[in-house]
Design a binder for this molecule. Structure first.
Ligand code: SF4
Ligand code: SF4
Length: 423
């Protein structure tokens, strides 16, 4: 499936989002349609990515957090650790190098559970990768030393110059001490998210360079947020803001303002290479057979951002099974991108991978609009880096003009949104 890409010098090339190839081939039919993967999705005991969800409690209340209105399950405590570990050996058979991720909420709110759990797992699995994402607010010297000793990869959630839109700063002293200890082994990053009020990757990078004194400070995440409720929607851009964002963000890519973000490289690679779309998973990989999220009672969850007490937008319970009945686990809460109406023909498919897989209806559409704007900038960046030409227009007749005249170079201007309350 080829989509003509027009350049500002009047030339054009064809881009195939299924193969990631850019060339001179004439527009044609889809030769090898992507596999339709409707689910439900099963799980394998050869787990490569185990996510342990300790609970959804957090000491922050970020306005766009995906977990904000998720009903909490009964609290798990340190008393659940031993039975969990006793059962783990019956269903968990990882290879060296596999990952265990410890999730909250804020995972250090669960310190009395997290500490014995991770220490026992480290003793049992010395070769596995441990990872954790924290807001850093309850770190202290003991936890810093512990994270270092147990070999954790650590990501600090912080939005840089936009943090005030989200929550308070942590106490920086232990965070920076952790950074000093883990940075030489590339075991730490800051993970900012982009919102309508905090959409410059260059400004975010400058903040963390200034904070750490490290010009190469690694930045994870770095995408626009997905919306899960009104708070999330309020942090998404309007059509006018999306146009301005695309213009500004591609300029930052051109001058190197986003190079601290690992997604800049991963999305460039995904845009113009790699596997055929038939092998492309969801952006978070939760549909993969070798990825599983469990709580300490052995319940299997759609992902780490939900609980057994929550229902997915498709009406199914987010509790998709139990490890004691492993072969019956059935992930039936999600929609694979190949089953979405527009994803198969989307120019940014390889970069977006269908956005959040359990979203439906208007919330999915809002996430899709936001994700298209975010990812098309990287698609353009990759094409421009490969060709040395400036992209003007994506000539895909099935797309609305906003998704074709992405920088407004052919006159696209969003219609004014009139809010009834203001009349
Ligand atoms: S931007 Fe929308 S249509 Fe395109 S791949 Fe992502 S979710 Fe699908
Ligand atoms: S399904 Fe994936 S993208 Fe959606 S909330 Fe869960 S981890 Fe995040």
């Amino acid at each position: 499936m080829n989509i003509p890409i027009h350049f500002t010098d009047g030339t054009q090339l064809q881009y195939d989002p299924h193969t990631g190839q850019l060339g001179n081939t004439e527009d044609g039919e889809l030769v090898s349609p992507p596999l339709h993967r409707a689910g439900p999705f099963r799980k394998s005991r050869r787990v490569h990515h185990l996510k342990i969800q300790l609970g959804l409690s957090c000491n922050y209340s970020c306005s766009y957090c995906s977990q904000r209105f998720v009903p909490h399950a009964d609290q798990t405590t340190a008393a659940h650790v031993e039975p969990f570990l006793a059962e783990l050996g019956t269903w968990y058979d990882p290879e060296p190098g596999s990952r265990i991720a410890f999730w909250g909420g804020e995972p250090f709110v669960y310190w009395k559970t997290l500490k014995p759990l991770a220490e026992a797992l480290r003793a049992r699995y010395p070769d596995l990768v441990f990872s954790i994402i924290t807001n850093g607010s309850v770190l202290d010297a003991e936890k810093v030393e512990w994270l270092d000793r147990l070999g954790f990869l650590v990501a600090i959630s912080h939005d840089g110059p936009g943090q005030h839109l989200r929550g308070p700063d942590p106490n920086w002293a232990p965070v920076l001490e952790l950074y000093r200890r883990l940075r030489p082994q590339n075991r730490i990053s800051f993970n900012p998210m982009l919102t309508r009020g905090n959409s410059s990757r260059a400004a975010i990078a400058a903040y963390f360079i200034d904070l750490t004194g490290d010009p190469d400070v690694p930045l994870g995440e770095g995408s626009m947020i997905d919306p899960y409720d009104d708070g999330g929607l309020a942090n998404l851009m309007t059509p006018s803001e999306r146009l301005e964002y695309r213009q500004a963000a591609v300029a930052e890519l051109r001058w190197g303002g986003a190079q601290n973000f690992s997604i800049t490289y991963s999305k460039f690679r995904a845009a113009l290479g790699g596997a055929h779309a038939s092998e492309l998973g969801q952006k978070c990989g939760i549909e993969r057979e070798d990825s599983i999220t469990v709580d300490l009672q052995g319940n299997v969850l759609t992902c780490q951002n939900v609980s057994v007490a929550a229902t997915a937008p498709n009406g199914m319970s987010h509790n998709v099974g139990h490890v004691a009945d492993f072969d019956s686990i059935s992930l039936n809460t999600i929609t694979h991108w190949s089953a979405r109406q527009n994803c198969q023909r989307c120019p940014v498919l390889r970069l977006c991978s269908g956005t959040c897989t359990f979203l439906q209806g208007d919330m999915f559409q809002a996430a899709c609009d936001s994700s298209y704007t975010d990812n098309v900038v990287f698609l353009v960046g990759a094409i421009e880096a490969a060709t040395g030409k400036r992209v003007e227009y994506i000539d895909a007749p099935h797309l609305p003009e906003e998704r074709r005249d992405i920088f407004g170079l052919r006159g696209y201007r969003p219609k004014k949104v009139i809010h009834l309350k203001s009349i």
